[in-house]
Design a protein around this ligand. Structure first.
Ligand code: WTA
Length: 644
């Protein structure tokens, strides 16, 4: 068993470590990094400025993250479970992949990718369901130094096409289909559509999962099963079944992950090798207080950053056991999570407020008779957790004896930034609480003035570089600068608003930009508007969020049509279909209101504040409407809203 020498063990240690990490970051991170496996050590710990931005950690070092996640554990953990996989259908056999087996699988994938022509630095798009081969594919890319770009299964062909184009991806790894609850999602067919106009992809590797009929295009499409068999044979013929890990520079890209912002198309957030590895590992060990042998169940999909950092890289680099679940919390019934906890004696359950709220709606019956004694730590991520959901989680799942960690972070931050440390630093319902060592948060007002003292609210920025900070947005560094580092000089702007209470605890209140958080998924309002506007007959649209009991935020679209004579219900469905085609099912509007005009200022800017208020059900206190070009549109919209 490996021990975790840098696990914080008391509030006092947290305070000293925190202080040291801010005052002497080089010494602090050098010590932590010394516990990893390097092919060559760094020349400099950290070099950064937020104005370009340039952020470099462990400069000059050489390493491979998979040696840190797999090879270094083989002496002690070869026969211990690395990944436990629970299938969608509880009747199907589960799988346990030991560290020894994981090493074989990842070696074979690395060999297979090399055989089909993947080189170091190539971009490989991964569009698979939550099967163990997805983990092998991600780690196989990392083993050879290819840059993985995982895309969540809920995105449409058009979204994938945009991402393939942006990343200039040359390979795709996918499945015939994916099981999710009662649904079979036709992944390969979506990929086929995404490739219609694509010019960069050379090969598509296809793994069999659902066995639905699919098209296989000669020369371009190859079966995983065939290729892996060849690769295994090659490795078996060698003295040792091992694919040597590529030597990577600390600042070589490890992966791209696309995420929505307030403007335009999703951006490819780039994370690099060393800083990301250290951060995913350090935060995993400290926030969850992971102990060797514990079973960690993160319910996210690997298509999101949470899955990257806390299903794969964090737990595996710590020699942990990570549970990967293919299905959904409500199938075959709303007790599925509890069945899984009981079946595997899960110790840490890390999930999203949306999942908690949707399970709350089923009442306590699904929890009855389920043995949840093994649980020690519960975690929440992705959106603000409301007090009611926090209490339910604490009381009925944690039986008032488990710590809850409310972890605030973002795709761009690579790992957890603000959170209590389970059982070590105090928890407070609905508060992410204190920053992790290395994180220096500040609150600023609209002008960028730093707000001092406690009991205050403002826009959340980070003032100092941390190891897993976003390095760039793929192929467009300027976009990274303008999006994150230009709003406030010398600060990384998160896009979130926050309160700091009298004790210095942070409470994240939600996005202050035009980004929605729907069921923990980030969606830009501009993206949804663009998609709606693609529908023929739509003149203009404006999208805002509104409070939704389960999803946190719902999507409310105000739409102007050319002709009002159509069947409104059918038109709504057509618009929804258009959004599903352009972005994917995750961006479906919950409410569509047809309007004759939108509240615009004389300079043509839509006053979203008014639309937001109306979407929230507020019709009286709309604030100042005198600057509107035509204030009467507001009355129209208010009337119409009552009918939605
Ligand atoms: C929100 C997910 C409140 C926030 C890891 C952030 C949260 C966005 C929390 C990032 C939390 C995440 N409390 N809000 N504990 N965690 N958020 O990139 O608005 O998918 O900016 O990363 O989710 O979403 P992303």
């Amino acid at each position: 068993m490996i021990s975790h020498p840098y696990q914080i063990k008391s509030m006092q240690q947290y305070q000293t470590d925190y202080k040291q990490s801010i005052e002497f970051p080089d010494a602090f991170w050098e010590n932590i990094a010394s516990h990893f496996v390097w092919k060559k050590k760094w020349d400099q710990v950290c070099d950064w400025n937020f104005s370009e931005p340039k952020i470099e950690w462990f400069k000059g070092a050489k390493l491979n993250i998979t040696e840190n996640c797999i090879d270094r554990h083989l002496d002690t953990l070869a026969n211990k479970p690395a990944i436990i996989w629970e299938p969608n259908n509880p009747e199907e056999a589960s799988r346990t992949i030991t560290y020894g087996e994981l090493h074989r699988q990842v070696s074979a994938v690395a060999q297979m990718l090399t055989n089909i022509g993947v080189n170091k630095g190539d971009r490989v798009c991964i569009y698979m369901g939550m099967v163990p081969e997805l983990a092998f594919a991600v780690l196989g890319c990392a083993r050879i130094g290819a840059i993985h770009s995982v895309i969540f299964g809920g995105f449409s062909a058009q979204s994938i096409a945009d991402r393939l184009e942006d990343a200039q991806a040359s390979f795709i790894i996918t499945c015939d289909g994916a099981f999710r609850g009662v649904k079979d999602i036709p992944l390969k067919s979506v990929i086929d559509d995404a490739l219609i106009e694509n010019k960069t992809v050379k090969k598509v590797l296809v793994l069999n999962r659902t066995r639905i009929p699919i098209s296989m295009i000669k020369e371009r499409d190859v079966w995983w099963e065939d290729e892996i068999a060849v690769a295994e044979k090659q490795l078996q013929a060698q003295e040792k079944f091992n694919f040597p890990a590529a030597e990577m520079d600390a600042e070589d890209p490890l992966f791209i992950l696309y995420t929505s912002g307030s403007t335009g198309k999703p951006k490819g957030v780039v994370h690099t090798q060393a800083g990301y590895m250290v951060w995913a590992n350090y935060t995993f060990i400290n926030v969850f207080q992971y102990q060797p042998g514990q079973i960690h169940f993160c319910t996210a999909d690997i298509g999101w950053i949470t899955g990257h950092s806390y299903i794969l890289y964090g737990p595996l680099s710590a020699g942990g056991t990570t549970l990967m679940f293919e299905g959904i919390p409500t199938w075959p019934d709303a007790g599925r999570f509890w069945d899984i906890v009981q079946k595997y004696r899960v110790n840490i359950l890390y999930t999203a407020p949306t999942a908690i709220r949707s399970l709350m709606a089923f009442g306590l019956k699904p929890l009855e008779g389920k043995n949840l004694d093994s649980l020690q730590v519960l975690g929440s991520v992705g959106e603000p957790i409301n007090e009611e959901a926090w209490q339910w989680f604490y009381k009925y799942v944690g039986k008032e004896r488990c710590s809850i960690v409310d972890t605030w972070w973002q795709t761009e931050t690579g790992g957890i930034m603000i959170s209590n440390l389970a059982g070590i630093t105090p928890q407070k319902p609905a508060h992410a609480t204190l920053p992790l060592p290395g994180v220096l948060p500040v609150l600023v007002d609209e002008q960028g003035n730093e707000l001092q003292g406690n009991s205050i609210s403002g826009n959340l920025c980070i003032k100092q570089a941390w190891p897993a900070a976003i390095r760039t947005t793929y192929a467009d560094h300027e976009r990274c600068r303008t999006n994150y580092f230009a709003t406030y000089a010398n600060r990384y702007f998160t896009g979130d608003g926050a309160l700091r209470d009298e004790l210095g605890n942070y409470r994240i209140t939600g996005r202050v930009d035009d980004v929605l958080n729907v069921s923990g998924h980030r969606i830009g309002t501009a993206e949804v508007e663009n998609a709606i506007n693609m529908h023929s007959g739509v003149v203009e649209s404006a999208v805002v969020g509104y409070p939704h009991d389960v999803k946190g935020q719902g999507i409310y679209a105000y739409v102007i049509m050319e002709d009002h004579g159509h069947d409104a219900q059918l038109m709504r469905q057509n618009i929804i279909q258009t959004v599903v085609r352009i972005i994917g099912p995750i961006a479906k509007p919950d409410k569509i209101q047809f309007v004759k005009g939108l509240p615009k200022t004389r300079s043509g800017k839509i006053m979203r504040r008014i639309l937001r208020k109306i979407a929230e059900g507020e019709t009286e206190q709309l604030g100042d409407t005198t600057t509107l070009l035509d204030p009467s549109v507001v009355d129209d919209i208010k009337m119409g809203a009552k009918l939605i």
